[in-house]
Design a protein around this ligand. Sequence first.
Ligand code: ADP
Ligand code: MG
Length: 352
Amino acid sequence: MKIKLKNTEMLLLLSIILIERSISDFLMSNSAGDFYAFVLALYFLGVLGVIFSRFLLIVSCISLAGVELFVGIRILLAGEDSLMIGLSVIVLGMCMMYFVLQNLRFDLNKDSRIFLSNSSSEYAVEVIDVYKDYVTEGGVVHALRGITLKVKRGEFIAIMGPSGSGKTTLLNIIGALDRPTKGKVLIDGIDISKLNDDELSYLRNKKIGFVFQTFNLINRTSVLRNIEMPAIVAKVPRKERIKRVKKLIKIMGLDESMLSRRPVQLSGGQQQRVAIARALMNDPTIILADEPTGNLDSKTGHEIMKYLRMLNEKFGKTIIVVTHDRSVAEMANRILHIRDGKIIKEETLRKR
Ligand code: ADP
Ligand code: MG
């Protein structure tokens, strides 16, 4: 449970603690001194929880909620006059329990990876009857018009089609960067339309690596920083990050001396290899590449495709490459041809 609290959660917790403390204070000040000390201790536990971890937060919230319920019941038992106060304290306690349970659910999702790892689907990606409309000033653009495709785990497929046929739109929808107007996308058997924003960004960060035509590296900062970025987002400790970066640049045939340079100081081919290393940083199962060779000469482009093939063959990565270049697409196991937002043809080039 290493996830830091969001600001709103912190505020919520603090107010819960303050409300709890003032109520207990008010209700108990004339009687139970011990009880008051107990509440104060819980208060500090709550503060510690905010500072250190969500786990402590949850423990303290459960305790505080328990206190609420206990106080409420005591007041209720005390006599008829205090019925309303007793009931409202109980309601407050139940609200706190609800908050805690919400957070617990959230934590279970993240930490035991229930929603990501227990999948038994044989497909890494399933796209089911997906439509995408863009509403523009000039009218509605039907970018995708009923796309269905399935990609097995460890498969390497290419999506080919002319400019404007919907390739980027399709890839962005598969990668959960965009939502379909209609239809479903399943990643490892999980319907991503059912995930909330937190779960979606978790999925993108951990399961999917993106590679773009224009590399999309941050030139203000070093190659090292660029590659480790997804792991920073995932809160991987620094030592572990550096270890992974070193391993990845070796896999991608880059030199350690490049780590301190800025991306612009590298050749196009090297920059794209840095971008692929970045995509691999959190060890995703799926790599989505949108015209990864589009800004490279054909020899360098071929080299990049050889790296993607190697990642597929040696590390079992599921790879989807979008391209309009036949020689690039031929590196895949299978080519899907798309035109005007529809798949018009499928070719199997080699069995896996
Ligand atoms: P490709 O990657 O195959 O070149 P795209 O997926 O980028 O094709 O685009 C498919 C169609 O959708 C094109 O007609 C394009 O103009 C349109 N399109 C893409 N993105 C948008 C957008 N954000 N708003 C409006 N129309 C868009
Ligand atoms: Mg495109």
